[in-house]
Design a binder for this molecule. Structure first.
Ligand SMILES: Nc1ncnc2c1ncn2[C@@H]1O[C@H](COP(=O)(O)OP(=O)(O)OP(=O)(O)O)[C@@H](O)[C@H]1O
Ligand SMILES: [Mg+2]
Length: 585
């Protein structure tokens, strides 16, 4: 159509005319040199609302188009000089009923055979749809942005309602979310509803007969998962509409389901005018796109909330469990100590029996001397002193047992390793001796201190030494057994049962080695010995917690424990504890 008719020699006039007349998509308007309308086709009638009869022969109304440029300037009749002038842009057409619709407009001067401007040819096209699509595009971008923000669901829904309302100029937009537990839809976010709407919920019905007339469209929406609409004034929500909305004359409400997979999570409601409704119901994919974005946003946020809650719970559970474990740990240390105490009872009984026997003998001697009248003051003093000495010995043993049995508190203090080591031998030395076990001590003088707890270290050394003792006795048993059966000559000779203790330090650690030439640990189990309740000892003898507690205590003092062992030859346990430096405390 842009072709200059002047050059178009071959197109028969009747064809040209029928094109002009029948075009409904394009308004085709032509004016003469005096700006009077000479062509006003069907398309022009549709776009502007004026009939051909009303317009032909009339001057082109000066306010027919607007935006930006003053109309007079735009619709001028170009003179010869500007005959190539062509205007092509988007403006608004003022319709007969006073409304405006967006149009794309092209205006060119008409030139006659003598190269004179004889009028104007104007082509316009209704671009409402493109304008709206453009608007929806920007709306979609904005909504995508909102649903991806870090805000909570309520805040996000509220922002979405406001955005839809302001982008599309809708008086009311609201989102109802479905709560599966209560089987209700409740208004989660809204724009254009009065405050009391918060009390409004809507039950989920499965049978249409239960549904009131004024919520039928919602029912269809959530059962069929389709977009539906009704007249606003006939819908149940009408009574909750802000006055500014309900006063606006005939509005419609469109219900758009928010669908995740195939189930409903809510409904987006928008209140629209008649033309908006017509347009939107034709372009339902736009509404579905918006609904999809909102659904995805809500679901993502719900998931995040769930994960967060889960993580919080997990954290709480870990805290409670850690606390319980700590308590259990403390109990285990304590019960292990008590068990060891039981085991030591024999040795201790012996230890105490000796001085008691001594006291008894001395006292009997005194009684006898008195009876025979040979008791001198000197003798009495000497014997009483001997008794005090024996009592002191008992007192020491008992005093030591008391400290050992006490549950030690958590405080760490600088400790000289030598002290707990020697204390262990006060407890168990007698027992070792009785079982024919010799102890070789190589304690380096002036060892640096470690930051630990005396009682707990004593517990560590006691466990390791008791294990060494057991290993020695076990090897002895095996050797005896083999010898009696004449089976393995290489083990015939009974070697001395010996525990060697070495302590020394390097630049960072104090190292304690506890070495025995006992039964040793098979390779197959060496990785398991620190596990709680792992034991190779017979029922009632070992509980398998000694090494696990030892490990726990060493760890607590930021140390390490390692083991080297060879079957039938012996084992070496190496404990390393960091040196205490004054400024570390
Ligand atoms: N010095 C060692 N020589 C040989 N085996 C050892 C030695 N120390 C530990 N073990 C092995 O490691 C296992 C676990 O030791 P742990 O001290 O944890 O438990 P237990 O001594 O069996 O029982 P509990 O210490 O509770 O009385 C022992 O049963 C033993 O098999
Ligand atoms: Mg043990």
């Amino acid at each position: 159509m842009r072709k200059n008719p002047h050059n178009n020699k071959n197109l028969p006039e009747d064809i040209l005319e029928s094109i002009i007349i029948s075009s409904t998509e394009y308004a085709i308007i032509a004016t003469d040199i005096h700006s009077r309308i000479i062509i006003w086709n069907k398309g022009a009638e549709l776009i502007y609302g004026y009939s051909k009869d009303e317009m032909l022969g009339k001057p082109l109304p000066p306010d027919l188009h607007r935006q930006g440029l003053p109309n007079s300037e735009f619709l001028f009749v170009p003179d010869n000089k500007s005959r190539s002038h062509l205007i092509d842009r988007t403006m608004y057409a003022k319709r007969k009923d006073g409304s405006f619709i967006p149009i794309s407009i092209t205006s060119t001067p008409r030139i006659n055979k003598n190269n004179e401007t004889v009028g104007l040819l104007i082509l316009t096209r209704d671009v409402t749809r493109y304008k709206l699509l453009e608007q929806f595009n920007s709306l979609l971008i904005e909504i995508t942005h909102l649903v991806n923000s870090s805000s909570a669901i309520d805040h996000m829904c509220s922002a979405v309602c406001n955005t839809i309302s302001s982008f599309l100029g809708l008086p009311s937009v609201f989102i109802c979310l479905y709560d599966y537990l209560g089987n209700n839809f409740y208004i989660n976010a809204m724009k254009g509803l009065c405050k009391s709407c918060n009390t409004h919920t809507c039950s989920y019905f499965t049978d249409e007969n239960d549904v009131a007339e004024n919520i039928k469209d919602c029912f269809k929406t959530y059962t069929q998962l389709t977009i539906n609409h009704s007249s606003l004034s006939e819908h149940a929500i009408y009574e909750y509409m802000d006055e500014s909305v309900s006063d606006r004359g005939e509005n419609f409400i469109i219900h758009i389901p928010l669908i995740s997979d195939v189930s409903i999570i809510g409904i987006l409601h928008i209140v629209v005018s008649q033309p908006q409704k017509t347009f939107l119901l034709k372009e339902t994919q736009i509404l579905s796109l918006i609904a999809n974005e909102i659904t995805a946003g809500i679901q993502r946020k719900r998931l995040i909330e769930e994960i967060k809650e889960y993580a919080d719970n997990l954290e709480k559970m870990v805290r409670v469990r850690t606390h319980q474990l700590r308590e259990k740990d403390a109990q285990l240390v304590q019960s292990e100590k008590l068990a060891t105490l039981g085991e030591m009872a024999t040795g201790i009984a012996h230890e105490i029996n000796q001085p008691l026997g001594g006291i008894s003998l001395i006292t009997q001697g005194l009684i006898l001397a008195k009876k025979r009248n040979i008791l001198t003051d000197e003798m009495l003093l000497e014997k009483l002193n001997a008794i005090v000495e024996q009592v002191d010995r008992i007192d020491k043993i008992i005093g030591h047992l008391r400290t050992f049995a006490r549950q030690s508190d958590q405080t760490k203090t600088p400790v000289n390793i030598k002290m707990p080591l020697l204390d262990v031998f006060k407890l168990i030395g007698e027992q070792l001796k009785k079982q024919g076990i010799s102890v070789d001590m190589h304690i380096e003088e002036n060892l640096p201190y470690v930051l630990a707890d005396h009682n707990k270290l004593e517990q560590v050394f006691l466990n390791l030494i008791v294990n060494a003792k057991d290993a020695l006795n076990e090897l002895e048993k095996v050797r005896k057994h083999l010898k009696s059966k004449n089976e393995a000559t290489e083990y015939f000779d009974l070697v001395d049962k010996k525990i060697t203790i070495k302590t020394y330090s390097n630049t960072s650690h104090v190292i304690i080695e506890i070495i025995d030439n006992g039964i040793g640990i098979p390779k197959s189990i060496i990785n398991k010995i620190f596990e709680p309740f792992f034991t190779t000892k017979e029922v009632g003898k070992g509980t398998g917690i000694g090494l696990s507690i030892t490990y726990g205590i060493v760890k607590e003092f930021e140390g390490t424990i390692d083991v080297e062992s060879e079957e039938m030859k012996g084992s070496k346990f190496i404990v390393k504890l960091p040196i205490f430096k004054e400024n570390n405390m």
